[in-house]
Design a protein. Structure first.
Length: 169
């Protein structure tokens, strides 16, 4: 009787652990939304490397991210920053190693060093879930779409920047 009871407890524990892992994986696949200063930071860091944005759009976002909320800006229309995927890696063994790859359609851009760390830290800040294996910690996402609205930012009400993305394991 005692042996059956122990087996039952072990099975129950295993079932609960499986449910937690399954729920965590499902949460990773659900799209996420962020707004405010973290969305502005993420959008600005990605915009800098986007091949689909023109120099006027990039300059506008850069000025805003550097603290100029009042303009005048070369463009007053909302700017959409998109990336198909972002994959950042840092090592907790080789602590000087860090890199990110941003993919925009058929174009990709690799960041290393300080620029990679800045993007990695911003992904952590927006709440993107981390994963890791064998001394490497990953931050990755897909389908990033950020909207930066210079006119809304001028109002200094905390709005004007929003992003959606899908975390990837």
């Amino acid at each position: 009787m005692i042996r059956i009871h122990r087996i039952g407890k072990n099975l129950l524990g295993a079932a609960i652990a499986l449910m937690i892992v399954t729920a965590a994986r499902a949460a990773h696949a659900a799209p996420m939304s962020v707004g405010g200063q973290t969305a502005l930071a993420l959008g600005a860091l990605v915009a800098e490397h986007s091949p689909s944005l023109g120099s006027v759009q990039k300059r506008t976002i850069q000025r805003i991210f550097n603290g100029d909320q009042t303009g005048p800006f070369p463009t007053t229309q909302p700017i959409t920053v998109q990336a198909d995927s972002i994959l950042c890696r840092v090592s907790n063994v080789q602590i000087a190693v860090r890199s990110c790859v941003l993919t925009f359609g058929s174009h990709s851009h690799k960041l290393t060093g300080r620029a990679a760390h800045e993007l990695y830290a911003t992904l952590v800040e927006v709440g993107n879930p981390s994963s890791g294996a064998a001394g490497t910690i990953f931050e990755s996402l897909a389908q990033l779409s950020c909207t930066i609205d210079p006119q809304a930012l001028k109002q200094s009400g905390g709005g004007g920047a929003s992003c959606t993305f899908t975390p990837t394991p």
